[in-house]
Design a protein around this ligand. Structure first.
Ligand code: AMP
Length: 386
């Protein structure tokens, strides 16, 4: 098949499936290492293609586009996982795909994901596969209410989900969610949501960032605090879990593990994403090697540097026209490090950029300090809920 030789020499071409900001920031990291990137995406003027050497503009299911894309690159990676099985197979038959197709398949399906995690001894919320209303009834008896009903595939940022508070919510929830099958998950009364970014090289070496704390607004990530304000043993448990997931999957690349921390400091995995992740954007500014560099290094077969930070950080997403509308103000505010994704349309709910604010290590301020540091970007209120 491919004839690709690892480690990839500078000047080789890395193919990235997906044209969004994750691809853009991956391509910028790849450029620093001397690589070209070639993007596959259906959108002509996409954020990743704007900073890349090449672009195949075509649908992820379009055989001709996939063929052309594969012919232009030395290795293939993803910033977008929801490519059909047939598309994945076509790509994998032509060029090395990192992370591998088996990992993408697991991450595309919440049931496969949870079965894999539980199978290697990693705890999740209790869950049941649901294919009919009768099964939903049985599942709600088993996991209890409240619970969250989710599509097993194609869900993101809270889409494809229904909160079931009582028995009366079962029928409408089941009817509304498509495509079936669904998965019912017990509701986790978490004290915070965290994530761990872990990279694994082709040689089996692992680099794992400290856990970070994620705050959502309208189901979309709003803030990431690095590091997470959790007890040291809890942080160690979270890193151990990420390490075990990377090893269990035989990962080559970078992976985000999203987790819940409960009031009694248990750590439960919510989901995994085998690609750079929004909760790792702070690493661009706070670490010698960012999540994107680690990802590209793993994909290219280069040695992995340590996943260390020189600073603590807060990352704030710029979502929708109102927040990106503050761009001139952001540029004029000392200490805010701006990142603009160059998207042509500033739609409501769309991630259009982010800002990072650095703090000395081990000096992340409390809620009021964080709110003050973000200035007009701080969440409404006095910051006490941060
Ligand atoms: P997901 O699409 O699975 O990442 O879910 C989006 C968000 O919904 C998560 O970040 C949580 O805030 C919330 N959520 C998802 N699953 C659960 C659960 N089982 N218990 C409590 N909250 C959840």
């Amino acid at each position: 098949m491919s004839g690709t030789v690892f480690p990839l020499p500078p000047d080789a071409t890395i193919g990235i499936v997906g044209g969004g900001q994750l691809g853009r920031m991956s391509a910028l990291a790849a450029a620093r290492l001397g690589y070209r990137c070639h993007i596959l995406s259906p959108e002509a003027d996409c954020p990743a293609a704007r900073v890349s050497a090449g672009h195949t503009c075509g649908d992820y299911e379009d055989r001709a586009a996939l063929e052309e894309f594969a012919s232009k690159v030395d290795v293939i990676t993803f910033e977008f996982e929801n490519v059909s099985a047939a598309g994945l197979e076509l790509l994998a038959a032509r060029k090395p795909v990192r992370p591998g197709v088996a990992i993408l398949r697991i991450s595309q399906d919440r049931v496969a994901e949870k079965a894999f995690l539980n199978g290697i001894g990693i705890p999740t919320a209790p869950w049941r596969l649901v294919e009919s209303l009768a099964e939903l009834q049985e599942a709600s008896d088993a996991v209890g209410l409240p619970a969250i009903l989710k599509t097993t595939r194609l869900g993101y940022d809270g889409k494809g989900q229904a909160m079931l508070r009582n028995a009366g919510d079962l029928g409408p929830g089941f009817k509304r969610l498509v495509p079936k099958p669904l998965v019912l998950e017990g509701f986790v009364d978490f004290s915070c949501e965290i994530s761990v970014l872990v990279a694994r090289g082709a040689d089996g070496s692992i680099a794992c960032f400290d856990p970070v704390e994620n705050r959502h607004r309208d189901h979309i990530l709003d803030l990431t605090l690095a590091p997470a304000r959790i007890p040291t043993p809890t942080a160690a448990t979270a890193k151990r879990i990420a390490h075990d997931v990377a090893e269990g999957l035989g990962l080559v690349g970078l992976l985000a593990v999203e987790m819940f921390v409960t009031a009694d400091n248990r750590v439960l995995v919510n989901e995994i994403a085998p690609r750079p992740h929004n909760s790792g954007h702070w690493t661009i500014d706070a670490c010698p090697a960012s999540q994107f560099e680690l990802h590209i290094r793993a994909v290219a077969g280069l040695p992995l540097p340590a996943a260390q930070r020189h600073s603590d950080a807060v990352m704030k997403n710029l979502v929708g026209p109102d927040e990106i509308g503050m761009w001139p103000k952001i540029l004029a505010t000392p200490g805010l490090i701006p990142h603009h994704y160059g998207k042509t349309e500033a739609r409501h709910g769309r991630k259009l950029g982010h800002v990072t604010r650095l703090f000395p290590r081990d000096a992340l301020p409390g809620p009021f300090g964080i709110a003050a540091a973000l200035g007009s970007l701080a969440p409404p209120g006095d910051g006490s809920t941060l």
